[in-house]
Design a protein around this ligand. Structure first.
Ligand SMILES: [Zn+2]
Length: 484
């Protein structure tokens, strides 16, 4: 019996130390190799190298997706951002939760829709509501995990007065007293690099907000006429978007004709090109610190800008694609693919859970977005993503939009009216199908009502977190054309 047992090839004699050493040695080797393989293929940085990676989230205010070469623009405004996309992942169809800064950025930070996070404005009253203290932001998640968290921001809406400082250990806020003396992209890059140098190599989460493409259009001299048509090159400085000009535009004293739109677009292009150059300097600065290999870079915008696409100018007043379609680029070449394009429709709400998952930090339960990491790291491109809900209107009653599959419904509750667009056939949203597609409109309207229903009690209870602006803050927002 004992003889037969000893012949069993799967068992070693307990007394045979030589075989036992070999057995344990082999087992150790297999386990070690397995662990190594698993770590090599985990997409986040923390688990692979047992060190935490940094994040730089670049938020370019007022940046239309179609301003970027990698999104089809032919005017070569954005070589740096295009290279970022070549080195990383470009989301072709990312949409913002709101067409103006405060609710949109609060949605990026909290991964919640504006009705849920409540940062924004009361209908038509020009009273603003701040992000409540109890809201959970991505920066707070990073702070809890011991990262340095910092933000360089250039408009009051992103400051402590509106609750958007939550989670940032260091907030470098520059509030300009007139919109012509805002902090330039160059100074913003300098401030961000100073912040990074002061914390590196301690792991960091840093938000860098560039404000230049926002009004006033006043790019540096070398960018002012670079994109202008020959007949528009006046030889004198042309600036647009002062408070007086905006008041005159809104009351009709300045006509929004084709020539003006053309000149405004060329100035805006100059601001975009200038900002692109400065983003390049930010990335070079990370490289000089040798921080680039261990830094995830995300680039997006809070909303776009209208140039008469639907009869208007600026932003905050509609939910058409020129205001909601924003760029989204993610770069982390040592861990993620390079030059990958993601066609699925995604949302700015999805940015925070993506960053959190990639860094291996806990995702708060309140985040309603969905991590994009599977789209980044896996080859399966067939999965359809979630519908996009957007809301808000700076200048009047609230508007809602619901983009699902090939269709997008815009709902104007104060007018009890809807518009419907087939966004695959009519991506610029000019052909309203609502009159002939009543059933589809009703179904999509029901979807919108389902999304906002949980928050209607909040809506009716009034805004719990009104911002009391100081005289200085009022003057600054007036200078930007935001207050009357
Ligand atoms: Zn903005």
């Amino acid at each position: 019996m004992s003889e037969r047992k000893s012949m069993n090839p799967h068992k070693l004699k307990p007394t045979d130390r030589k075989y036992r050493r070999k057995f344990y040695g082999l087992t150790f080797l297999l386990v070690f190799t397995g662990i190594l393989i698993v770590h090599l293929f985990i997409p986040g940085c923390e688990k692979r190298q047992n060190e935490r990676c940094n994040v730089v989230l670049i938020l370019v205010d007022t940046l239309r997706a179609d301003s970027l070469g990698c999104y089809g623009n032919k005017r070569q405004l954005t070589p740096v951002m295009d290279r970022l996309a070549q080195d990383g992942i470009k989301f072709d169809a990312c949409f913002s939760a709101s067409p103006w800064t405060l609710p949109s950025v609060a949605s990026i930070y909290t991964s919640r829709i504006p009705s849920a996070h409540r940062a924004g404005k009361n209908d038509g009253t020009f009273k603003f509501s701040a992000l409540p203290d109890e809201a959970l932001t991505l920066a707070e998640s990073y702070q809890k995990e011991g990262y340095f968290t910092g933000a360089v921001v250039n408009v009051d809406f992103l400051s402590a007065a509106f609750g958007l400082d939550q989670g940032f250990e260091s907030m470098d806020f520059f509030g300009s007293m007139t919109n012509q003396i805002s902090r330039s992209a160059s100074e913003t890059t300098d401030a961000a690099l100073t912040m990074i140098r002061n914390t590196h190599p301690h792991p960091f989460f840093i938000l860098v907000h560039y404000f230049d493409p926002h009004l006033t259009y006043n790019p540096p001299a070398e960018y002012r006429e670079r994109f202008a048509e020959p007949e528009d090159k006046t030889g004198v400085d042309f600036v647009f978007g002062t408070r007086t000009q905006m008041i005159n535009l809104r009351n009709g004293s300045i006509e929004l004709n084709d020539k003006l739109i053309r000149r405004l677009k060329a100035l805006y292009d100059g601001e975009v090109a200038y900002t692109d150059h400065e983003i390049g300097r930010l990335i070079d600065g990370l490289d000089a610190l040798n921080a680039l290999p261990n830094t995830m870079i995300f680039l997006t915008s809070d909303h776009g800008e209208e140039f008469n696409d639907h009869g208007g100018f600026e932003h905050g007043h509609t939910l058409y694609q020129e205001l909601l379609h924003v760029p989204l680029i993610a770069r982390f070449p040592s861990h993620w693919p390079s030059g990958k394009t993601i066609p699925q429709t995604v949302r700015s709400l999805d940015i925070a859970p993506t960053i959190a998952e990639a860094a291996g930090i806990p995702i708060p339960e309140t985040f309603s977005g969905r991590s994009l990491l599977p789209l980044i790291t896996e080859d399966d491109q067939t999965e359809s993503w979630l519908p996009v809900f957007s809301e808000g209107n700076f200048w009047g009653p609230v508007i809602y939009a619901w983009r699902s599959g090939n269709f997008k419904l815009i709902f104007f509750p104060s007018e009890n009216r809807t518009e419907l667009y087939n966004v695959s056939e009519d991506p610029l949203e000019h052909n309203d199908l609502a009159p002939e597609e009543k059933e589809r409109c009703d179904a999509m309207l029901q979807d919108i009502r389902t999304v906002i229903a949980p928050y209607s009690a909040l809506e009716q209870s009034g805004t719990p977190n009104n911002v009391v602006l100081t005289e200085e803050q009022k003057l600054r927002l007036q200078a930007l054309g935001y207050l009357q």
